[in-house]
Design a protein around this ligand. Structure first.
Ligand code: SAM
Length: 326
């Protein structure tokens, strides 16, 4: 069977958060307090994740992105990737801040990981330190180097642009993509920050990024699947690519194929869902796979038509990005 919602959108992609802990404290995501994470006892066990993914793979989930928090801080994540591939998941990817990547890249590859996205919000060491509230710039660049020298190609690097913080670096990021022949993706800042500081004028739109880059280097559109989050362009005169992820200025909900599983076992049908659905009582209460599948079908049927950021009366979800899984 193919899981679908009541609007007929096929659901093929799962984001799995394996922890809400993170070794960074990016100001647009987490609060400054390093201790604001759930007790370990609330987290799903690897066997529970595996069971849910097995059920979901039987319902048409083809892509699984392992995320968090920072997925590389949870011991055992490589073994989890081995299990995902053994379940027949076609595309297993990870989003990471890159801090531990240089030392872990080989193991992730040996486990069967297919793709990777690395977050990097500034090419200026001092600004990077202010954004992440860590001194880890060299390690992240080493992580990107490790990914680029592996078979993981093309490597995607994600930057969240925030007006007045790093929007001056759009062209520098484009040069970074060209120099290194990688995909540089620009993500609009969304109202999912723990400090609730988001305002619309802090958002740097995909259109602005496109115009600024295209003014320097001619861009050529690259074909993309309808459900993909990024509008992609390559440089007409050379290497590298950019991706524009514009959930605020150009929502792409109409073709959304994603659901999310939080580290504490809640199924979310949208980043901005007002409620999430606890699967832990089913997992731990003796439900059969068939019963869990039935529950998932009814949850997914009610997937939101859109995220509603631009609707009057929009209220951000109570969970922030780090506790949902980006
Ligand atoms: N720790 C990993 C990392 O840094 O990539 C994975 C988790 S992180 C929550 C996933 C992605 O969400 C990152 O690219 C991060 O920049 C992005 N993100 C976090 N808060 C965001 C926000 N308020 N708006 C847009 N993107 C955000």
């Amino acid at each position: 069977m193919q899981l679908a919602d009541k609007f007929g959108r096929p659901i093929t992609d799962l984001r799995v958060s394996v922890t809400d802990r993170c070794n960074f404290r990016c100001f647009y995501c987490r609060s400054a307090n390093p201790e604001n994470h759930m007790p370990s006892a609330h987290l799903l066990e690897w066997d529970e994740y595996e069971r849910l993914v097995r059920i979901l793979a039987g319902m048409g989930i083809r892509k699984v992105r392992v995320t968090g928090g920072e997925p590389l801080v949870r011991p055992g994540v490589e073994d989890f990737i081995v299990r995902l591939k053994a379940l027949g998941v076609q595309d297993v990817s990870m989003t990471t801040n890159g801090y531990l990547l240089a030392e872990r890249c080989d193991r992730l590859l040996a486990a069967g990981m297919d793709r990777i996205n690395i977050s990097l919000d500034s090419l200026d060491r001092h600004k990077f330190e202010r954004i992440t509230r860590t001194k880890t710039f060299d390690q992240v660049i080493a992580g990107i180097d490790a990914a680029q020298s592996s078979r993981l190609r093309p490597v995607k690097v994600n930057a969240v642009l925030v007006r007045g913080i790093n929007d001056s670096e759009v062209e520098a990021f484009a040069e970074f993509a060209r120099d290194r022949d990688l995909i540089m993706r620009f993500i609009e800042f969304m109202p999912l920050d723990a400090d609730r500081a988001w305002t619309r004028d802090m958002v740097v739109t995909g259109a602005e990024v496109y115009n600024r880059i295209a003014a320097r280097w001619p861009l050529v559109p690259v074909a993309h699947e309808r459900s993909e989050t990024a509008r992609k362009y390559r440089f007409a005169d050379g290497r590298g690519e950019i991706g524009l992820i514009s959930p605020v200025s150009q929502p792409f909900c109409g073709f959304c194929s994603r659901i999310r599983l939080t580290a504490d076992g809640k199924l979310r049908t949208c980043l901005f869902s007002k409620e999430d659905h606890d699967l832990k009582p089913f997992l731990r209460g003796g439900a059969t796979d068939h019963e869990i599948a039935g529950e998932i079908v009814s949850i997914v049927a009610e997937k939101e038509k859109g995220h509603g950021i631009n609707e009057p009366g929009f209220v951000p979800p109570s969970r922030t990005m780090v506790s949902i899984g980006g």
